[in-house]
Ligand binder design. Structure first.
Ligand SMILES: *[C@@H]1O[C@H](CO)[C@@H](O)[C@H](O)[C@H]1NC(C)=O
Ligand SMILES: *[C@@H]1O[C@H](CO)[C@@H](O)[C@H](O)[C@H]1NC(C)=O
Ligand SMILES: *[C@@H]1O[C@H](CO)[C@@H](O)[C@H](O)[C@H]1NC(C)=O
Length: 502
């Protein structure tokens, strides 16, 4: 037995060639700090494994590390923060389109431009897979490397297209939809309409902008926004099926949900004292880093604080606004920032009131705490629905956010049922063959090892078929056409016989 295990081990060791030290270019143009947090642990683990990394980022590490160089593009800030209201699907799309040209300025950043002209080669490009990916994907050709995408969200509508996977709208809800995978008739209609709007916007409105940018910066002619990402070998997503939804997957779509959750650190003294002196437990409140807290009206803030003044727990509130002179209830502590992941892990923290952004949702599941969700834009509605469906969260619509609603939601979410369900979900989230970070490292190095073939290895052939081929319309046509001809012939013959018979 032992020798068999040993033989198997030797066999594996021989067949999987070591990856050695590779040069990796990381492009994470995002201006949302929470997005960069998903890739940072991967960067550091790859450094641990002897790779050399050059990262183009808005959030360079403060502490220097051997073999890590960074190009700081801070100052290029295309995103204004999101307001707390008026964030419909059209608004999101307009925003994306408006951002493309601003993101393109990164390509003219002196250090980035110099790098692209230097002729320097890399072994891999690791790029944020978000709305700006079509304009950064061609860099892979410039530096002669395979390219891997990293999506900080559960999914994006065009991930499937890039990897050659079918999107079945009857049970795969769009990220901007407001239903789970069990859709009613009208929810399916809504899902189809929203998916169609996104496709139209991405393929027809975004494409000309992308085409112009790519032509200008790389001198390449791209067919469409989707096609400009055709060289991607693999995409990692911040998803894990037991947390969210089980979908059919291709090997090229690798789920690494939870990768951003790093080990716990000690909580700062003042927060620690505040928590330890709370006899009835603590509730956390945060709207994340991308929503503008300034845009919360005085009335909403008053209502939130009024609800907090009625609960028995202590409340720590992340809120950064100089705008209001606030009289805080005695049980509330307000801070401009808090170490969310570490606070959530504290046994005295009972509940998280959150905007249900992706990273916050995952951290909450990781720590097994129920949630009161107040979704505001983008995928937050979607995330909230999934959590409510699993009965681990209570939702409040932002427009209905007032003292009574919030107070009732808090009390409901503190019921034992939610804590029990969340513990079960936490256990499912942890039950996997490899940690998300190990999974990400394995597949990243897999692409490096199989560099020459990687563009085809993990995708389906659908990427090479056009619309009528992949939907078998040509086959139907080939079979139906003779049938139609025969039917017409018989009809014609019948008429002929009938008329002649008269
Ligand atoms: C930096 O990379 C080289 C390989 O290129 C490796 O030999 C060295 O150990 C790395 N340094 C550190 C501190 O990891
Ligand atoms: C994809 O790769 C091929 C071969 O390296 C290159 O000719 C082509 O321009 C690339 N396409 C894009 C959109 O980067
Ligand atoms: C990949 O291709 C290059 C050039 O075409 C070749 O030199 C190299 O040996 C190939 N590597 C592998 C692992 O096949």
């Amino acid at each position: 037995m032992r020798s068999a295990v040993f033989a198997a081990f030797v066999f594996c060791a021989l067949t999987i060639a070591p990856t050695g030290s590779s040069e990796i270019l990381v492009i994470f143009p995002t201006t949302a700090q929470s997005h960069y947090r998903v890739v940072r642990p991967l960067i550091h683990r790859l450094l641990d494994r002897g790779h050399k990394i050059l990262a183009i980022t808005n959030f360079p590490d403060a502490v220097e590390r051997a073999n890590l160089s960074q190009i700081d593009i801070a100052g290029l800030k295309p995103h204004s923060k999101f307001k707390t209201s008026n964030n419909g699907i059209m608004k999101s799309i307009t925003r994306v389109i408006g951002n493309a040209n601003t993101y393109a300025t990164i390509l003219s950043h002196p250090t980035v431009a110099k790098l692209l002209q230097s002729g320097r080669k890399f072994d891999l490009v690791l790029a944020e897979f978000f709305t700006s990916t079509p304009i950064f994907a061609p860099i892979a050709t410039v530096v002669d490397a395979p390219i891997v995408g990293f999506c900080p969200m559960i999914t994006f509508p065009w991930i499937n297209d890039v990897m050659g996977m079918d999107t079945t709208m009857s049970y795969m809800p769009n990220i901007l939809s407001d239903s789970s995978d069990r859709m009613s008739f009208f929810q399916r209609i809504s899902n189809i309409v929203k998916t169609a709007i996104i496709y139209i916007a991405f393929n027809w409105i975004y494409t000309p902008i992308i085409r112009q940018i790519n032509n200008h910066h790389y001198g390449i002619q791209t067919e469409s926004a989707i096609k400009s990402m055709a060289n991607l070998s693999m995409i990692m997503t911040n998803n894990y099926h037991s947390m969210f939804l089980p979908f059919p997957q291709l090997p090229g779509i690798v789920e690494v949900g939870g990768i951003h959750v790093v080990d716990e650190k000690p909580i700062p003294q003042d927060l620690n004292d505040f928590i330890n002196n709370a006899d009835r437990g603590v509730i956390l409140f945060s709207l994340g880093t991308v929503v503008s807290e300034e845009s919360l009206s005085a009335d909403k803030l008053y209502n939130i604080l009024d609800a907090f003044s009625k609960v028995k727990q202590r409340v720590i509130m992340k809120f950064d606004s100089e705008k209001y002179k606030i009289q805080l209830p005695v049980n509330v502590k307000m801070v401009k920032w808090f170490p969310q992941r570490d606070l959530l892990a504290h046994p005295k923290v009972l509940l998280f009131i959150s905007h249900a952004g992706m990273m916050s949702v995952i951290e909450t599941i990781h720590c097994g705490k129920p949630m009161v969700a107040i979704p505001i834009f983008g995928d937050q509605m979607f995330n909230t629905n999934l959590l409510v469906g699993k009965q681990v969260a209570v939702a409040i619509e932002y427009k209905h956010l007032d003292s009574d609603h919030l107070f009732n939601a808090i009390n409901e979410a503190l019921a034992e049922k939610y804590a029990i369900n969340m513990k079960k979900l936490q256990q499912l989230y942890n039950d996997r063959p490899q940690s998300p970070l190990e999974t990400a490292v394995y597949w990243t190095e897999y692409v490096i090892r199989n560099k020459n073939k990687s563009k085809e290895l993990l995708k389906s052939q659908k990427v090479h078929l056009n619309l009528y081929q992949s939907n078998l319309i040509d086959i139907f046509a080939a079979f139906l056409l003779p049938l139609i001809v025969v039917i017409y012939f018989i009809q014609w013959k019948m008429k002929h016989i009938l008329y002649n018979g008269q």
